[in-house]
Design a protein around this ligand. Structure first.
Ligand code: AMP
Length: 581
């Protein structure tokens, strides 16, 4: 111990000690056995940061004595007088300083988060390779022949704002078209109105009120709406209208088309969308309108089935990226007359690694198109990148992006891993079938499938979603539970929570429950080690939308970065191997 003390201290500490020692030298020179109370008070305040400020104020006031030593009698007097302030004043002063410091810490954090976000945001524009290469930039949205009815156009802008306020619709963009509250005023043909009636759809949902007029007018759009909000009709109905118009003007010939392309991240979603289109096509035909042909380009459906429609001339193609890429690559289908592109669940598509595929698909377009991006969650990383592909887009936001559907009652149950399968049987009793069960790992899915003989995901009217385990990120949780509680109906989501769940995602979950006005069970609070759900830190994570953490602690971002890092290593390895040959 004694040896240690005699060793020279490390550099940083040493610097501080030197300072101290020089002070003490001075102290020796001006040795004062007694430090007056005022002086001690001054020193104390100096420590708290206030004195420097006052010294500046004083020196500004007594500018004439600029060569004054701060230890000078006069200035000491001044400070002394100023410091004859009440404790209350000193307290508020100190509080103000502390707040200013806290603010700058918040600013620092915001800057750091912005920096992270920029570094992970998609830097390349979502444009086709050809467009990028030729530097083509479209300035104006596509023009359509559709206009809002006069009775709506004549209404003042205040009415439009009021409607948006009432329906909690947030809009962004230039010249946003007016919201329209009835399908009739949207000027849909009889066939579509009948199709809506048959589905029991009477009046538009908020995303439809604002989204359909925007799309009908030819505007590019980013639609952010919770799952089950009716967003599919926002991009299918206007597309059918414009296809009808084209067909009436000049019927589609063999191998012509598609005019509209809808890309979905999953087969299930593509199938559902295609079914909706066919429903309305049937009703249009029944009212004497020309036939609108649509095809489904997804894995699991024979290519020949799709090609049959393409060969007759196709108006609408609903596709998943993989199958579409394959067909484009083999020149089985072309996008030279395609003027309408919709990406549903666009953020999922990017998350699932389809970004490059989407870029390649864009390169097959030869003219300006109307582009629509839809998603339940649309973190800023996607919004920034999407904007670059859209022309004067209108952003329509209904509810917080990434918020859970309010129609789902979320129930959490603490269950040990080994007891889950048996527990699952009990959970299945909660609602009549069909029930959808999600699990993170493939072997669990296989085991459950075997156990329950599940037939797959394609059920309509799912009333109950069971999470056999908690997904790794909250976005996935929101997407999963959004499979139920659709179209204003009630749904149940049961999540079996074991010890394996990460505390970060559990915090996000607690926030999500509170946001949806649901009970946060005490065992969840125990698991996250909090007595109550803490107030959210600002808007939460700007990467995944979780409210329980910031981007600096985002588990999803970390996983993505780890994956990228391992890919970089792999690429280097491959490059080296290639160079060896
Ligand atoms: P989506 O969010 O597009 O997946 O729609 C979810 C469900 O809502 C579907 O079953 C639609 O048939 C239904 N739906 C869509 N629009 C409406 C509406 N305006 N009123 C009632 N139900 C609707």
């Amino acid at each position: 111990m004694a040896d240690k003390q005699s060793e020279p201290p490390p550099p940083v500490k040493r610097y501080r000690r030197e300072e101290k020692s020089s002070e003490s030298e001075e102290d020796v020179d001006n040795y004062q056995p007694y430090v007056p109370v005022r002086e001690r008070k001054k020193q104390q305040l100096m420590k708290l940061g206030r004195l420097g400020q006052v010294a500046a104020e004083v020196s500004a006031e007594t500018k004439s004595s600029s060569d004054n030593d701060p230890d000078d009698e006069t200035s000491q007097e001044d400070w002394g007088r100023r410091y004859n302030v009440s404790l209350l004043d000193q307290h508020s002063e100190l509080k103000r300083i502390a707040e200013a410091r806290a603010l700058s810490a918040a600013e620092r954090q915001a800057r750091e988060e912005q920096h992270i976000l920029e570094s992970v945001a998609q830097s390349k524009a979502l444009m086709g390779v050809a467009e990028l290469a030729k530097g083509i930039q479209y300035e104006e949205p596509i023009k359509t022949s559709w206009k809002p009815p006069r009775c709506i156009l004549e209404l003042p802008p205040e009415r439009h704002d009021r409607v948006r306020d009432q329906l909690m619709i947030l809009v962004e963009g230039e010249d946003v078209p007016p919201p329209i509250k009835t399908f009739r005023h949207m000027k849909f043909p009889k066939g579509i109105l009948r199709g809506l009636e048959e589905k029991g759809i009477k009046k538009p949902t908020p995303i439809q009120v604002q989204g359909i007029p925007a799309v009908l007018m030819g505007r590019d759009m980013i639609g952010i709406a919770f799952t089950g909000s009716g967003k599919t009709l926002v991009f299918t109905l206007p597309l059918l209208l414009v296809c009808l118009e084209q067909e009436i003007k000049m019927p589609f010939i063999r191998n012509e088309g598609p005019y509209g392309l809808i890309i979905c991240p999953s087969r299930e979603l593509a199938k559902q969308t295609h079914e909706i289109i066919q429903h309305f096509v049937k009703h249009l035909k029944m009212t004497g309108m020309p036939e609108i042909r649509s095809c489904l380009a997804i894995g699991g459906v024979a290519v020949s089935e799709c090609m049959e429609v393409v060969q007759r001339g196709v108006h609408v193609m609903v596709a998943t990226p993989g199958r579409l890429m394959d067909m484009l690559d083999k020149k089985m289908v072309r996008l030279n007359v395609c003027r309408y592109l919709c990406m549903d669940e666009a953020d999922r598509m990017i998350d699932m690694g389809f970004e490059e595929d989407v870029r390649t698909i864009f390169s097959y377009f030869t003219g300006q198109r109307q582009t629509l991006l839809f998603s339940a969650t649309m973190p800023r990383k996607i919004q920034n990148f999407a904007r670059s592909a859209l022309v004067k887009p209108v952003t329509v936001n209904v509810g917080r992006a990434g918020a859970a559907s309010l129609n789902v009652r979320q129930e959490l149950e603490p269950v040990k891993a080994e007891a889950r399968t048996v527990h699952l049987l009990q959970c299945l009793q909660k609602t009549p079938p069909p029930v959808l069960v999600f699990a993170e790992r493939k072997q669990d899915v296989d085991a459950i499938h075997e156990y329950l003989l599940l037939k797959g995901l394609d059920f309509a009217n799912i009333q109950h979603v069971i999470n056999y385990d908690m997904p790794e990120d909250i976005e996935n949780y929101v997407h999963r539970i959004g499979r139920t509680g659709r179209a204003g109906g009630e749904g149940v989501a049961t999540t079996l929570l074991g010890r394996a769940a990460e505390s970060s995602v559990l915090k996000d979950l607690a926030h999500l429950l509170r946001e949806a006005g649901q009970k946060v069970p005490s065992f969840l609070l125990d698991m996250i080690g909090e007595p109550d759900v803490p107030a959210p830190d600002g808007q939460g994570c700007s990467y995944c939308g979780g409210l329980g953490h910031r981007i600096t602690e985002c588990p999803k971002l970390e996983a993505v970065q780890n994956k990228q890092a391992s890919n970089i290593g792999r690429r280097d390895y491959l490059a080296n191997t290639a160079a060896d040959y």
